[in-house]
Design a protein around this ligand. Structure first.
Ligand SMILES: [Zn+2]
Length: 140
C-alpha cells in the first residue's frame, strides 16, 4: 500500500457534475461574462450574470409546471466558443428554448414555452501556456 492520499487542492468551483471546473472544460477561455435572461409566456425575469468563476452547469427553468427543463450550458457554450473562434469574434447573443415539458390536462405533455437569451463576451487565451495557474516569473 504505497498510494498517495495527497490530492491537489482545486479552488475553482465545480462546473459540470461537481468534478470539473469551467477552466477544465474550456481551458482556452481566459474569462467570460454571460448574461442569461429567461423569457416566460407571461412572466418577466431579472437577468442573471455569470463569469468563469461561478458558471453553473445549467440554467434552471422557472416555469413551475416545467419538468426536466432548463438549459445545459456545456454543449451550448462549446458551440458558441467554436463559432466565435472561427469568426475571430468575442461577443455573442443566442437564444435557446427550454428542453423541458409541461403536464397538461388535454395531452400528456406539452413543450415548455420558456426560452433563454444568452448574451456575453469571451476572452480567449492567446497562448496555450497562459493558463492562469502557472506562476508568473517573479520580477528580478
Ligand atoms: Zn421549462
Amino acid at each position: 500500500m504505497s498510494d498517495s492520499s495527497e490530492k491537489p487542492v482545486r479552488v475553482a468551483k465545480p462546473f459540470f457534475g461537481g468534478a470539473t471546473s469551467f477552466q477544465d472544460v474550456f481551458p482556452n477561455v481566459a474569462s467570460i461574462r454571460l448574461t442569461v435572461r429567461e423569457i416566460g409566456t407571461d412572466q418577466k425575469f431579472e437577468p442573471e450574470e455569470y463569469t468563469e468563476g461561478d458558471m453553473p452547469a445549467g440554467i434552471h427553468c422557472r416555469n413551475p409546471r416545467c419538468w426536466l427543463g432548463g438549459l445545459r450550458l456545456k454543449p451550448f457554450l462549446k458551440k458558441i466558443f467554436a463559432d466565435l473562434q472561427k469568426q475571430g469574434k468575442t461577443a455573442f447573443e443566442k437564444s435557446a428554448l427550454c428542453c423541458g415539458h409541461e403536464e397538461a390536462k388535454t395531452k400528456p405533455y406539452r413543450r415548455c414555452l420558456h426560452s433563454f437569451t444568452l448574451k456575453g463576451s469571451v476572452e480567449f487565451k492567446k497562448d496555450k501556456r497562459e493558463t492562469g495557474k502557472i506562476a508568473v516569473q517573479p520580477k528580478a
